[in-house]
Design a protein around this ligand. Structure first.
Ligand code: PMP
Length: 487
């Protein structure tokens, strides 16, 4: 065993990992990366098919982000945001506000997705109280929701496998049916293969359920303070896309009932959801302003999922891709109204008493500025568009596999749900570890990703070439061959 593997085995406890299994085999020890590629301590090369758990945007070891961090390192790595301002954080906040939906005008920095959601949660809670809407504000989230692993974020979540053990620690949040069309009780469309025109045949019962939830709360002393949503696609729930129009309608319902909207764009932000979602068999559509002006007005491009449906959140949580996937940094964007509710004389103690040691870190902000600049270039836009189309095209080949039940793509996020038989949609028992086994087989072919249960995720960096995208999909296709059939 490589000495680094031994060290890891001896001392490191890995996240979301059964360590008994981990200790049975030699781990892949990553020592370097460049673009889409990663190399391990044995010199083996891999494609990073999940962008290092959904974080990396432009590829590893990118010269522009490296240069931005080095430049900043020559000045200072970190000084506190408690009592002090700094240049890169101020500049990054400006750029984020420019790129975000219009009413978001203030930026609160933190460290990762979970902390960005904690900030949104606490601000929304206190804002609702100060506005006199509620004395003990309540939150509504989606079935299968995942918003992070800190305790507040876990309370917003509804993944039993992850969250049940800690239920005694949590405050209660209500959940409502998510639009999981593939396993949707009310979806009358028959299982089909490649042609997905009939993917969804329903009467928007999920929207009706949301309406009912809000209506039932209306007369209570504490109506919902906020509706929390991962816009366009729920990630850790199993890459579950929302049908076109769902997000807009859900946001309208929340608004009509006076609730705030918290958009968790930790996964979906920074161009991940593409230029126009490819869902239900649709080809990507160009946003209207691009149709008129070609690719020149790159600054006006939607970088966030909410913008695809013209939804205006009160809070938007960002992390993962914020620094191009380089450093742990997050941000919660909010409105002037929320900001104003925390203004007062010192001795009114309206201050938002919350923050972290590394809030507004200069190295992270410098990386974030470089990443954001690159995202807004025509070159990046074209590459993303091409990658989205290549993935869409290549994924069609997977419909041949009887164990591929559903292929879900929103922009540059892909979830392939594996089932015992596509006709019956019978799921594999989680204990069979089908997703894990498929990903292990893919790793042997030099393609790295992680499953969510029986859903295999592809979420490549934006610099992935068509040939590399083809390799990723082909590796998945080959790994699926040999899975047990039903009957
Ligand atoms: N929200 C969403 C939608 C996420 O996907 C994640 C992480 N997968 C988080 C929050 C938590 O982010 P982090 O792991 O950076 O705390």
């Amino acid at each position: 065993m490589h000495p680094l593997s031994k060290l890891d085995h001896r001392y490191v406890w890995h996240p979301f990992t059964q360590m008994r299994d981990w200790l049975k085999r030699e781990p892949i020890v990553i020592v370097s990366g460049k673009g889409t590629r990663l190399w391990d301590a044995q010199g083996r090369e891999y494609l990073d098919a999940n962008s290092s758990i959904w974080t990396n945007l432009h590829g590893h070891n990118h010269p522009r982000i490296n240069a931005a961090i080095r430049r900043q390192l020559g000045k200072i790595a970190h000084s506190s945001a408690l009592g002090l301002a700094n240049e890169p954080a101020a500049r990054l906040a400006e750029k984020l506000v420019e790129a975000a939906p219009p009413a978001l005008s203030k930026v609160f920095f933190s460290d990762d997705g979970s902390t960005a959601m904690e900030v949104a949660l606490k601000l929304a809670y206190e804002f609702a109280r100060r506005r006199g809407r509620s004395r003990k504000p309540k939150f509504l989230t989606l079935e299968g929701a995942y918003h992070g692993d800190t305790v507040g974020a876990v309370a917003l979540g509804h993944i039993e496998l992850f969250h049940k053990a800690y239920s005694g620690l949590l405050f209660r949040t209500d959940k409502v049916m998510a639009p999981y069309c593939y396993r949707f009780l009310f979806n009358r469309a028959k299982p089909e293969r490649a042609d997905a025109r009939e993917y969804r045949k329903c009467n928007w019962e999920c929207v009706g359920k949301l309406e009912q939830k809000f209506a039932a709360q209306k007369k209570q002393a504490d109506p919902y303070a906020a509706f929390v949503v991962e816009p366009l696609m729920q990630g850790a729930a199993g890459m579950i896309p929302q049908p076109a129009g769902w997000l807009r309608r859900a946001a309208e319902i929340a608004r009509a009932h006076g609730a705030l909207l918290i958009a968790d764009e930790v996964m979906t932000g920074f161009g991940r959801t593409g230029l126009g979602a490819v869902r239900e068999g649709e080809r990507p559509r160009e946003p209207r302003h691009l149709q008129k002006s070609g690719l020149a007005r790159t600054l006006a491009l939607p970088l966030f999922a909410c913008q695809h449906e013209g939804v205006q959140p009160d809070f938007m949580a960002l992390a993962k891709g914020l620094t191009g996937g380089y450093l742990p940094m997050a941000a919660t964007l909010t409105t002037q109204a929320v900001f104003d509710a925390f203004l007062g004389e010192y001795d009114e103690f309206k201050t938002f008493f919350h923050g972290h040691s590394f809030t507004g870190n200069q190295l992270g902000a410098a990386a974030g500025l470089a990443s954001l600049e690159m995202l807004q270039t025509t070159g990046s836009l074209r590459a993303r568009q091409r990658l989205e189309q290549t993935l869409n095209h290549e994924l069609q080949t997977l419909w041949r596999c009887p164990n591929v039940g559903d292929i879900r793509q929103v922009g540059l996020v892909v979830g392939v749900e594996l089932v015992r038989d596509w006709r019956t949609r019978e799921p594999f028992d989680l204990r069979a570890r089908v997703g894990i086994r498929v990903c292990e087989a893919m790793a042997r072919q030099g393609v790295l990703t992680r499953p969510i249960g029986n859903v295999v995720v592809l979420m490549p960096p934006y610099c992935t070439t068509p040939a590399e995208a083809r390799r990723m999909v082909a590796a998945l296709g080959e790994a699926v061959v040999g899975l047990p059939k039903s009957g």
